[in-house]
Design a protein. Structure first.
Length: 392
């Protein structure tokens, strides 16, 4: 699938954190490098633990270093010359544009101002991959800004139907401008899972492990963890379980608040919080089910990883993209924020092993055949090539 003409693309990542959007971009870039002749470079707006991974794939620029915007001499220079950080960033775009990109690919909505600059000042073709729904979109930008500038992007990738419908219904993005390409995981290069045991985490053999994960915050529904534990204890007093949250340890501020409440409720022994780490599958492999407590989540990778490892997924209806996976037979849904029904769905799988195994097998097959690195990256690459070759 190598190019006969070597085109060049700049990929913009909002950060290099160990989180969904940067990880998906890394998977995409690895596939492109291994399977095509496309040249690419990378702009990181913020650094993070995955910076070295990006640098291994191609020439990588860090915005702060490129613009000189975060050094003491640069701050003094801006003060003396009365230039703003925006001016520094505009100059960074001007300098990057000289490197001759055929397309600029923005990963997440945070890249939108950069796509705007590349297009307005340098007539670049632009593609934006949207990983966000309304709460996050409106956190970063006003509705008016989004409506105006999303419609100026040449092509938009929506990572789930929920994301696509939100863009159309709430921001008036033209349907024909949006391409649906789901989030995906690299099933072909999944790391070897270590022989981690329950007892290593202080979990007994008879405890049902209810796995969860993500950065602890309101949007992820981390505050619903204690109400869920209390409801399970109320409905099923003899049910032995452990709620395990992967993605935030005891030093996290949000987790500290939850542990305070848990101690007041006398249920701290029902909860376990684990820091975000480079080997999440080691822990996910121990889960019996995966519960997505999110109020809003486009299509989280941790749910796909759990599904790949044959863990049925339970989530709220109307909470983003994962209900699309569940409706194909990968798990169970509860009405939005109905903790009682969510608890009943958890116990249903605890008491019906045949159903649990059926959902688990379906979940795995769906990820392999629809949400994997063998399926999605070729489609995204085709979109990139189509846009590059389209008349200006």
């Amino acid at each position: 699938m190598a190019n006969t003409v070597s085109n060049k693309v700049l990929f913009i990542s909002h950060e290099a954190s160990r989180s969904g959007a940067p990880i998906v971009l890394l998977h995409l870039l690895k596939w492109i490098k291994a399977n095509t002749g496309l040249q690419f470079e990378i702009l990181l707006l913020t650094s993070g633990p995955l910076r070295a991974d990006f640098e291994q794939l191609g020439k990588t620029f860090l915005l702060g270093e490129l613009a000189g915007g975060h050094t003491y001499p640069a701050r003094i220079k801006r003060k003396l010359l009365k230039t703003s950080l925006d001016d520094q960033y505009k100059k960074a775009v001007d300098d990057l544009a000289k490197r001759g990109y055929d397309l600029v690919y923005g990963n997440t909505i945070v890249s939108l101002p950069w796509l705007k600059l590349f297009k307005a000042d340098h007539r670049a073709k632009t593609l934006c991959c949207i990983h966000e729904l309304s709460y996050v979109l409106n956190y970063f930008f006003t509705g008016e800004y989004l409506t105006e500038n999303l419609n100026n992007v040449d092509t938009i990738i929506a990572v789930s139907k929920a994301v696509r419908e939100n863009l159309i219904n709430n921001y008036n993005v033209a349907t024909e401008k949006i391409e649906l390409q789901y989030e995906f995981i690299d099933t072909g290069r999944m790391p070897v899972i270590k022989d981690l045991k329950r007892e290593d985490l202080g979990i007994t053999a008879d405890e049902f492990i209810i796995g969860m994960g993500g950065t602890p915050e309101w949007r992820k529904g981390t505050d619903l963890l204690i109400p869920l534990a209390l409801k399970l204890l109320e409905l099923y007093p003899d049910f032995k379980f452990k709620l395990v949250w992967l993605g935030g340890g005891k030093e996290n501020g949000f987790v500290k608040q939850l542990l305070y409440d848990a101690q007041k409720c006398g249920i701290e022994n029902k909860l376990l919080f684990i820091e975000s780490n480079a080997a999440p599958l080691d822990f996910i492999s121990l889960f019996d089910v995966f519960v997505l407590l999110s109020r809003e989540d486009p299509f989280p990778l941790i749910a796909l990883e759990a599904a790949f490892l044959k863990k049925p997924v339970i989530a709220f209806e109307n909470s983003g993209g994962i209900p699309e996976l569940i409706n194909e037979g990968a798990g169970l849904l509860a009405p939005y924020l109905y903790i009682t029904q969510l608890a009943k769905q958890v116990y249903k799988l605890r008491s019906d092993n045949e159903l649990l195994n059926k959902l688990a097998d379906t979940a795995n097959k769906l990820v392999v055949t629809k949400y994997s690195s063998a399926i999605v990256p070729p489609n995204i690459y085709a979109l990139i090539e189509k846009l590059i070759n389209a008349p200006a």
